[in-house]
Ligand binder design. Structure first.
Ligand SMILES: [Zn+2]
Length: 67
């Protein structure tokens, strides 16, 4: 089985690991979604606010262990 597609942060170009929380910037125009580290998310939020209605910013939390 092949490894899942590597997700890279659109800001710093480093890998976003699956166990890290990340931000997903979805392009409502049908483009590819962009992923950001939580720490790089400010850039994503700025981009989303620059063009209201064009993007949906979703925060994904890691839910591996609930304690
Ligand atoms: Zn990053």
């Amino acid at each position: 089985m092949r490894t899942a597609e590597v997700i890279r942060c659109a800001l710093c170009k480093k890998r976003v690991r699956s166990h890290e929380p990340d931000l997903i910037l979805e392009d409502l125009a049908g483009g590819k979604p962009r992923y950001y580290h939580e720490r790089c998310g400010t850039a994503a939020a700025v981009k989303a606010s620059e063009t209201p209605g064009a993007y949906i910013l979703t925060k994904r939390y890691v839910d591996a262990s609930r304690n």
